[in-house]
Design a protein. Structure first.
Length: 390
């Protein structure tokens, strides 16, 4: 017989955005009867999320610090004409750690895994088995809405974590190694030295299409490991992803496509960095924002999350212009030059860029000088810059 689960707040989707929301709200409002609904049997999926120290404001680090699996005091970037070590802290979170933290902190009744969702409203959730959740408020964090409403490029990747036969001898991450062949767009390899004989290697492309050749990228990862002299003995983790890079789009239509009148989080709310596709900084910001609000009704949550996401979309027109420059002002094999030039700039500017906190002087500095792409195409990409929203 179908059952109705009554609660104060239901969060639909137990990935990064939904998991952080649940943890933040439980920390600030432990009295609330909460439900975290996830289709798979564990929270967080199979991911490694990494972030720069500047991505998370000091007042919000209480939420993210218990989840950090690894940290380093600096990181490297390598390009055909430029290599550099940047002395800024860098951290990684494993999805297993997020799952563990959620299960430790939330009551067993709050954890609803293995639940396929049929419909979401601002005050309820319909489950595939016939059960229903009746809630005072609902937040939908299930992943992207209709990405067809946005003008997108793509960052796509395959990552392998290996147990190596011998120590790799690397003491900090390589966030970008763009000395590899520039096939299909801007390509780089990303390496995280987790332990002396454990290495995470990711092959990443800024591509015009979302199609992902998993086996092909996996073969390139093997070739890269061999080039570095690393001998994998065992594959510990394999993950893949395709992230949107926003060049333009109709934000209001995108929001409505994810469910009119329903509060949203994460990718479903359009909360991702337009130039990188990364969503962790925005997920932390929204989680702490919601946890600090007094009214968690469905209507209030909808207005709060919509206003927050809309303001960020309007404020990030500069990043969308840069994305257009990368994808439309440079030939695929030459796109690395845009990032090579960027990584010659001040480390503080670089940190603010990835955190989504670029200042007006930063913008002027990024755009000043001779562009690393044909001037006529650069001007065409910049012509629409105004920072507004559609």
């Amino acid at each position: 017989m179908a059952e109705v689960h009554h609660c104060d707040l239901a969060i639909v989707g137990g990935g990064l955005a939904g998991g952080l929301l649940a943890l933040a709200i439980h920390q600030r409002r432990p009295d609330l009867d909460l439900r975290l609904v996830e289709e798979s049997d564990r929270f967080g999926g199979n991911h490694v999320w990494s972030f720069f120290a500047a991505d998370v404001a000091p007042e919000n680090r209480w939420l993210i610090a218990p989840l950090v699996s690894y940290g380093w005091a600096g990181y490297d970037v390598v390009f055909p004409g430029h290599a550099r070590t940047i002395d800024q802290h860098y951290y990684s979170i494993e999805s297993e750690r997020l799952d563990q933290r959620i299960r430790q902190r939330l009551a067993p009744a709050a954890l609803m895994t293995g639940q396929r969702v049929l419909a979401v409203a601002r005050d309820g959730v319909m489950l595939a088995g016939g059960d229903r959740i009746a809630a005072k408020g609902v937040i939908d964090a299930r992943g992207p809405a209709d990405l067809g409403q946005l003008d997108l490029g793509w960052q796509k990747f395959v990552g392998h974590e290996y147990d190596l036969a011998d120590p790799h001898g690397i003491d900090r991450p390589t966030v970008m190694d763009a000395t590899v062949s520039q096939a299909e767009g801007y390509r780089f390899v990303y390496c995280l030295p987790f332990m002396a004989t454990r290495m995470f290697i990711e092959d990443t492309y800024y591509s015009d299409t979302p199609d992902l050749d998993g086996p092909g990228l996996g073969a390139r990862i093997h070739a890269y490991a061999a080039l570095r002299g690393w001998a994998p003995e065992r594959l510990l983790r394999e993950e893949a992803g395709v992230l949107p890079v926003a060049m333009d789009g109709d934000f209001e239509s995108y929001w409505k496509s994810g469910g009119a009148g329903v509060a949203k989080a994460g990718m479903r709310a359009g909360l991702f960095h337009p130039m990188t596709g990364y969503s962790l900084p925005d997920a932390v910001r929204l989680a702490t924002l919601v946890a600090g609000t007094g009214d968690l009704s469905g209507a209030a949550l909808h207005d709060l999350t919509l206003d927050h996401a809309r303001q960020l979309w309007r404020a990030r027109g500069f990043y969308r212009i840069l994305a257009r420059m990368l994808f439309r002002a440079a030939e695929p094999a030459e796109r690395y030059r845009v990032l090579e030039r960027f990584y010659r700039l001040d480390p503080g500017l670089i940190g603010r860029f990835y955190a989504g906190n670029t200042t007006m002087p930063d913008k002027i500095r990024i755009l000043s000088g001779k562009p690393p792409v044909p001037i006529t195409r650069a001007v065409a990409a910049l012509a629409g810059f105004g920072g507004g929203a559609r």
